[in-house]
Design a protein around this ligand. Structure first.
Ligand code: AMP
Ligand code: MG
Length: 488
């Protein structure tokens, strides 16, 4: 349901600014199903006015008219520092269709653009599009991407690039930053309206709780704890976990300088602008917890409407402590499954930790290793385990495999069943940076075939797809890593 709050501190009516000669770069027919767009045999909307709508060039199609597009205000902490008001600087919420909000990213300046141009470049729009849809197919909560529409209109970043508009769908784009915004303005009326809206539309289970706002906090925190555990399990680094980039629905949102790990490096930093490594892979859980603390302080005034200050603080603090517990439980559950372990035994966690340390020490490709592990059978000989070949300390990894083989013998399933279950949680195909980069470079020459091909492969990440073996491999060691920064 669309953002229904109104008022100057909340949002501003905002019209998209047209782009010249728009053309389709990418379109997700599966996302289109969410809002029932009739499609032709090419998988594009039957009604050509969708192109103009998703370019930001008009506000209607034959079926829809959006009468009240807005940009919303939010505030937040960027890189751990209070940044004050931010807001939708280049996102315009057109309205809602079939329970989804439709937003255009890069459709021109808004009231909140500050020094920015309100635009997005082709490169970053393709990255957001591909990754949103890939995450959805991995089974990880995310905002969806409907389309990328391009234009030859120049946009200045470090170099001159061209513009694109990415359209996104989500049941709600409300962020932690929206709560921080009203809380920092001490606008308790709007803070309450926002919390009530979220409860009514998305967390109805909270309304009957003794303390609905405490319950809301617990629910949001739990969803984000689960989300970050899912990220860790596929080696996804978000890159900019500022509180304004954290969804109140526990969705992955605002794809910028994200990256999937190729080789495993626990402190990998995917965002070239993140000099201190605040958002490194191993810090993501702790940072998400920190963001939940921002949400807790923002919600404090709502609890204080019922309880005294000390009690409000105490119950929020203790709810906040549930985050690492939920995170650890989810992480352990998923990583056990990645190893093919159904039983939960005490020694499993040290077994996992030893493995991850060895993978880090040898910079083992994260995705290929876990995928390859499913080929290890109860009676496989050490020398026949191919995923052990890339480890530098062979003695240490052999010892680990001996323990692992003993451990999987305690499970009550055969090799075939274990392998099938493991292949449901260990993807073979992820959006590796070099694959996205290849698709972008082709698109920059108006060849969009690689985007389509990637979309197809990544739509079945857990399937073998032997004809696409190359897409499962890490980048060639001689290839320079793609550097991705906040600029987009
Ligand atoms: P991000 O880190 O990309 O989520 O962006 C942080 C803030 O900067 C948000 O308020 C964005 O809307 C805003 N922003 C980013 N890029 C632009 C741009 N090109 N024009 C206007 N605002 C922008
Ligand atoms: Mg953002």
């Amino acid at each position: 349901m669309a953002f229904t709050l109104t008022g100057g501190d909340v949002c501003q009516p905002t019209l998209p600014t047209p782009i010249p000669n728009p053309y389709w770069v990418a379109f997700s027919s599966t996302a289109a199903k969410l809002i029932d767009i009739p499609l032709n045999t090419l998988g594009l909307p039957v009604d050509p006015s969708w192109l103009d709508l998703l370019a930001g060039n008009q506000l209607n199609t034959s079926e829809q008219t959006f009468t009240n597009p807005i940009a919303t205000a939010y505030s937040g902490h960027q890189f751990g520092v209070w940044a004050g008001q931010l807001g939708d600087g280049r996102a315009i919420l057109l309205g809602d269709i079939s329970g989804q909000e439709l937003q255009l990213k890069g459709a021109g300046k808004t009231h909140y653009s500050r020094m920015g141009d309100g635009r997005a470049v082709l490169r970053s729009s393709i990255r957001e599009f591909l990754c949103s849809e890939a995450m959805y197919r991995l089974g990880i909560p995310t905002t969806r991407a409907l389309s990328v529409v391009g234009s030859k209109m120049p946009v200045l970043r470090e170099t001159l690039e061209t513009a694109a508009v990415c359209s996104r769908l989500a049941p709600s784009f409300i962020r932690i930053g929206h709560f921080e915004h009203y809380s920092s303005l001490q606008n308790i009326t709007k803070l309450k309206e926002l919390a009530d809206l979220l409860i009514q539309e998305h967390y109805p289970n909270c309304s009957s709780a003794k303390e609905p706002y405490l319950e809301l906090f617990k629910n949001i925190s739990e969803r984000n704890a689960t989300l970050v555990a899912q990220w860790q399990a596929v080696g996804f680094c978000h890159g900019v976990l500022n509180s304004d980039n954290i969804s109140a629905l526990g969705l992955t949102i605002d794809y910028g300088p994200f990256g999937f790990l190729d080789h495993f490096q626990i402190d990998h930093i995917c965002n070239h602008s993140d000099h201190g490594g605040r958002y490194a892979y191993h810090r993501q859980p702790q940072i998400m917890h920190w963001n939940m603390a921002c949400l807790a302080s923002a919600l404090l005034p709502l609890l204080e409407m019922q309880l005294d200050e000390n009690e409000s603080q105490a119950i929020l603090r203790s709810a906040l402590e549930e985050f690492p517990i939920k995170y650890a439980q989810t992480w352990q559950k998923i990583f056990r499954a990645k190893l093919g372990l159904q039983l939960s035994l005490e020694d499993d966690i040290p077994l996992l930790e030893t493995l991850l340390q060895a993978m880090h020490d040898s910079r083992i490709d994260f995705t290929s290793f876990f995928r390859g592990l499913s080929k290890v059978g109860l009676n496989t000989k050490l020398e026949d385990i191919s995923v052990r070949n890339d480890f530098i300390d062979r003695a240490a990894i052999d010892q680990w495999f001996e323990t692992y083989l003993t451990r999987i013998k305690l499970e009550n399933i055969n090799d075939e069943e274990r392998s099938a279950l493991m292949n449901q949680v260990n993807p073979k195909f992820i959006l590796r940076n070099h694959l996205a980069q290849n698709a972008i470079e082709k698109a920059q020459t108006d060849d969009f075939s690689e985007i389509e091909k990637l979309m197809k492969i990544l739509s079945l990440p857990y399937e073998e797809q032997p004809e696409h073996e190359d897409y499962a491999k890490p980048p060639h060691p001689g290839v320079n890593p793609v550097e991705v920064s906040c600029s987009s």
